[in-house]
Design a protein around this ligand. Structure first.
Ligand SMILES: [Zn+2]
Length: 430
C-alpha cells in the first residue's frame, strides 16, 4: 500500500534526522562541503508524535462535537466532500470513519507551503488524528495518498503501594492518599468472598502492592492488585496474585484460593434456549431488544437454585420479568432469575448455594417455560458463560514451589515501593 510505504519513508527520515542529531552531539560542529569548519547550533531531535515527525506542523485540535463527522472537520481545511469520501473508502477496511464519536479528541496537522519566495504562506493539511480511546488513535494521511493507519501510545507500567488504616471507607481513604479510587473496586473483587466491604470497620488496616498502566502520564484501566494484607477485626487476610492456566487468581499464604465457584446453571436438566446477546431480535416484542441473560428451558415447576451463597435483595414481580428473584453474592457479583411460576424466598433472606429459590414458569414476557438467568459484575450485566472466573482450587502440588517463589518476589518488591508515595517504574525494582 502506498500510504504504508510513505509512512515507513517518514519513519526512515525521522530515524535519519535522529542519527544526525546524535552524531552532531559528539563533536558539536558540523563539517561543510568546502572543508572549512563552521560552528552550528545543535540540531534538535525531531518530535515524533503519533508515529510521524510532528515538527514544523501547524496543529489545530479539539474534541468531536455531537453530530459532527469527519467531513465537518476536514471541510474547513479545504478537503472537500470528494476527497473525504475517498479517504473514508480507503480507510474502511482498517478503520471505518463512521465509528467517530462525540467527545473524542482530534488533531489536524498542516504544513506551511510557500509557492514562491515572495508568495504568501498557505497551509496544506498533512495528517488528521482521531483518538479512539485513551490508548489508541487512528492516523489519517491527507497528502497525495489518502488512507489511515492505526497506532497506540506507548504504555508504561508502574507499581505503587497503598498502606493505611480505614478512617471513612476504602474508597475515600484511597482517594485521600492519592490512590486511584478504582483500586477499591479491584480490592473488592480480590476479597469478594472473604470481606464484606460495606461492613469494613474503622481501624481495619491495609497494605496493598498494585500495578497500573499509564499512557501520556494518565493512568488507564483498572489497577491490578499484586499482593495485599487486609486486617479485618484484627485478622490479617493475605492475598497474593498468581497465574494458573493463564488466569490470575488470588491465594492466601498456604496457597488456598480466595475465590469460590458459582454453579454453571441455576437449573439442573435444562437446555440453553437463548444466549446473552445485546442485539437479539425479541420474539414477543417483535423488535431488536438486547438479551442480557441466558435462558434455560425446563418444564414448569422445575426447581431453580441459587448459583452461590448470598442475600435475597429482590423477590418481586414486573410485567416484563414476571415473578423474579435477585441475589447479592458479595460486593462484586449479583444474579437474577426471571419468569418463575412461584418464588420460594423473601427479600432479606440468606440463601446457600444450591438452595431452591423458586420454580420454572413463564410469567412476564416469555414464549415458553424457562428461567432467564442474569449475571451482574460490579453493577454491569455480563455474559456469565464468557466470564473468566479466577481459579477456585488451591495451588496444585506441582505449582507450590513456583507459588512460594512468587510470594517471596512480591514481598521483596513491596519493600522497594514507598507506601503512599510516587508510583515507581519496573527499573526501580530490579
Ligand atoms: Zn432471557
Amino acid at each position: 500500500m502506498t500510504f504504508r510505504a510513505k509512512a515507513s519513508w517518514v519513519v526512515a527520515v525521522a530515524a535519519a534526522l535522529w542519527m544526525v542529531a546524535c552524531g552532531d552531539g559528539e563533536g558539536g560542529v558540523r563539517g561543510s562541503g568546502g572543508g572549512s569548519m563552521f560552528s552550528a547550533p545543535k540540531e534538535p531531535e525531531p518530535t515524533i508524535r503519533f508515529g510521524v515527525v510532528w515538527d514544523d506542523l501547524v496543529v489545530d485540535s479539539g474534541e468531536v462535537k455531537p453530530g459532527r463527522s469527519l467531513s465537518h472537520l476536514l471541510d474547513p481545511a479545504g478537503i472537500g466532500p470528494g476527497r473525504v469520501a475517498t479517504l473514508a473508502a480507503n480507510s474502511r477496511k482498517t478503520w471505518d470513519v463512521r465509528y467517530m464519536k462525540a467527545g473524542h479528541r482530534w488533531w489536524l496537522a498542516s504544513e506551511t507551503v510557500r509557492d514562491s519566495a515572495d508568495a504568501e504562506a498557505r497551509l496544506v493539511p498533512k495528517w488528521f488524528v482521531y483518538e479512539r480511546n485513551p490508548k489508541d488513535y487512528a492516523l489519517f494521511s491527507l497528502g497525495d495518498t489518502l488512507g489511515v493507519r492505526l497506532g497506540s501510545y506507548p504504555v508504561d507500567t508502574v507499581y505503587a503501594r497503598a498502606q493505611g488504616t480505614i478512617v471513612n471507607s476504602l474508597y475515600m481513604d484511597f482517594e485521600k492518599a492519592g490512590h486511584p479510587t478504582n483500586l477499591a473496586v479491584a480490592m473488592a473483587s480480590v476479597y469478594a468472598w472473604t470481606i464484606d466491604f460495606s461492613r469494613v470497620q474503622k481501624d481495619d488496616t491495609y497494605d496493598v502492592l498494585y500495578r497500573r498502566e499509564v499512557v501520556n502520564g494518565t493512568p488507564v484501566g483498572m489497577p491490578v492488585v499484586l499482593s495485599s494484607v487486609f486486617t479485618h477485626w484484627d485478622r490479617p487476610l493475605e492475598a497474593y496474585r498468581f497465574e494458573t492456566e493463564g488466569v490470575g487468581g488470588y491465594f492466601d499464604l498456604e496457597g488456598g484460593s480466595l475465590q469460590k465457584v458459582f454453579l454453571k446453571a441455576p437449573v439442573e436438566f435444562s437446555r440453553i434456549s437463548s444466549r446473552y446477546n445485546p442485539k437479539r431480535f425479541h420474539p414477543v416484542l417483535n423488535k431488536v431488544k438486547g438479551h442480557y441473560g441466558t435462558d434455560y428451558a425446563a418444564p414448569t415447576g422445575t426447581p431453580i437454585v441459587a448459583v452461590g451463597d448470598g442475600v435475597v435483595t429482590k423477590s418481586s414481580y414486573t410485567s416484563g420479568n414476571g415473578k423474579y428473584v435477585k441475589i447479592r453474592h458479595n460486593s462484586t457479583y449479583e444474579t437474577q432469575y426471571l419468569h418463575m411460576s412461584r418464588r420460594a424466598v423473601k427479600e432479606g433472606q440468606r440463601v446457600k448455594q444450591n438452595e431452591v429459590i423458586g420454580y420454572v414458569g413463564q410469567t412476564g414476557l416469555a414464549t415458553g417455560p424457562h428461567v432467564c438467568f442474569r449475571f451482574w459484575k460490579n453493577g454491569k450485566q455480563v455474559d456469565h458463560l464468557r466470564e473468566e472466573f479466577p481459579p477456585s482450587d488451591p495451588i496444585a502440588a506441582d505449582l507450590q514451589q513456583a507459588f512460594a517463589d512468587e510470594v517471596a518476589r512480591l514481598e521483596a518488591m513491596k519493600e522497594k515501593v514507598p507506601a503512599n508515595g510516587k508510583a515507581v517504574s519496573p527499573d526501580a525494582l530490579r
